[in-house]
Design a protein around this ligand. Sequence first.
Ligand SMILES: [Zn+2]
Length: 167
Amino acid sequence: MVETTKLEEIYTVLKTVDDPELPSVSVFDLGMVHQVLVKDNLVQIKMVPTFAGCPALDFIEMNVKKAVEELRWVKNCQVEFTMEHQWSTDAITDKGKTELKKHGIAPPPENYRPGDEWTVNCPYCDSDYTSMENVFGPTACRSILYCSSCRNPFEAMKPVVIQPLNS
Ligand SMILES: [Zn+2]
């Protein structure tokens, strides 16, 4: 099998591995897959952890490994979280954002800059008439907000931007 076909197969698998905290949003759509290397029947996947506060990394690592090793030609898959690269909420794909909304989770604001006022649109009715209910959501990555238009509480992912190291 040619290497590019192998890569495609792996990416197809990665699009089916969900973040355990965000069901039906794949690790691929969350922008966590940094690099996939294939050598014969060995696979190495470098991933970027999302929010530092998320305790699910071991679980994700295990799920990715298991899913990729189900491919018939894969003998071993090594999954590694690299700290060399920073993840930001900009890495979430459009599909990932759509899936988040389906779960009542507002995707993080686009083009957010640190210090900017942070507003999100309601994932149900798209109104921006929303207010922060509880900064401490169910996980470190999410906040609880309330939509004053459709009167639904919803969750929002906090924006994470790549900070220049020397600032
Ligand atoms: Zn609403």
